[in-house]
Design a protein around this ligand. Structure first.
Ligand SMILES: Cc1ncc(COP(=O)(O)O)c(C=O)c1O
Length: 308
């Protein structure tokens, strides 16, 4: 039930290829990781975004919807879904008989106080292709080790299993040297390794949240897991910049701090910061963002202290 792939990207590629035909569509999260659209559209499959904040977007399901992609914990949001929320998604999937591609590359990568749940654990009637890999939790993106785990308690996926096997032999994807290490990595990684990685990322999240919350016109959203933080910015307080793209471009020019504009995730007026750098660099980066903002901030006339 496990197919090894060249990183999680390749796992996603196989899942989308096996479930959808040209002319079909898949539902993908917005904001979300850009590769879902890139992969789907290169195969002639339409990628329809569902909004992570508003549930009305479910209306985009039709009889050519081949899969719903769910990314939990999320890049770029750092959100971690509750079991109830996953159940609610599974309920829709069951009702419309649409399988789930669960991008669970950040499985268990959640801060203390939050709990990760595998999508496949919430509803046995919904078949799930769970994509994962060594890239994030084990911090080895270059090793290109990914996998698909097939969860199919009710036997809906007989054809899909055959298809996945066939696709996985189209090219020889996984790096065999690193593949040989997977059993030891999964079995013998000391728990302190996971704990210390999470601690480092969570401390960076707290540090940057505190620093950036104090900057007028910025609104960081505290993540619950994964490696990122989204920061909203109030354009009306930064009239030099028409949008977050202009803001991040000038930020890298003036302060050499590179943040990803949220249009990469199909929404506007946020930028994403990555929390995986050493804390002294994180501190310096946030201080430089604050300096940059101080140079460009214009309080809105009637908005009190100008905070959003
Ligand atoms: C949500 C998500 N899925 C998949 C990937 C790709 O992982 P890999 O490097 O294993 O292909 C990433 C990497 O950024 C990611 O954030």
């Amino acid at each position: 039930d496990v197919i090894l792939t060249s990183g999680c990207s390749s796992a996603l590629d196989l899942c989308i290829s096996v479930l959808a035909n040209p002319g079909d569509n898949i539902l993908i999260p917005r904001p979300g990781f850009s590769i879902y659209r890139t992969l789907a559209e290169s195969l002639g499959i339409e990628a329809r975004s569902y909004n992570l904040l508003a549930d009305r977007q479910w209306e985009s399901i039709d009889d050519r919807t081949a899969a719903i992609v769910v990314n939990n914990p999320s890049n770029p949001c750092g959100s971690v879904y509750t079991r109830e929320h996953l159940r609610a998604i599974a309920h829709i999937a069951e009702r419309y008989k649409v399988p789930i591609i669960a991008d669970e590359i950040y499985a268990h990568f959640v801060f203390p106080g939050h709990e990760f749940h595998w999508f496949a654990s919430v509803n046995p009637n919904v078949p799930v292709l769970s994509c994962g890999g060594l890239t994030k939790r084990w911090l080895v993106p270059g090793w290109r080790q990914g996998w698909i785990v097939v969860y199919d308690a009710k036997g809906h996926f007989a054809e899909v299993r055959k298809g996945l096997l066939a696709l996985s032999t189209r090219i020889l994807g996984p790096n065999t040297v690193c593949q040989a290490a997977i059993p030891d990595i999964l079995e013998f990684t000391p728990p302190e390794f996971y704990a210390s990685t999470l601690k480092c990322i969570e401390e960076n999240a707290k540090l940057s949240y505190a620093k950036l919350s104090a900057v007028p016109g910025l609104r960081p959203v505290m993540p619950e897991g994964a490696m990122y933080m989204m920061v909203g910015f109030s354009q009306s307080e930064y009239p030099d910049f028409p949008d977050e793209m202009a803001f991040t471009e000038r930020l890298v020019t003036e302060q050499s701090v590179f943040c990803l504009p949220s249009r990469c995730f199909e929404i506007g007026m946020f930028f994403r910061i990555v929390l995986t750098v050493p804390s002294d660099m994180m501190t310096e980066a946030c201080d430089r963002i604050a300096q940059f903002c101080a140079a460009h901030h214009r309080p809105t006339g009637s908005a009190g202290n100008g905070r959003v």
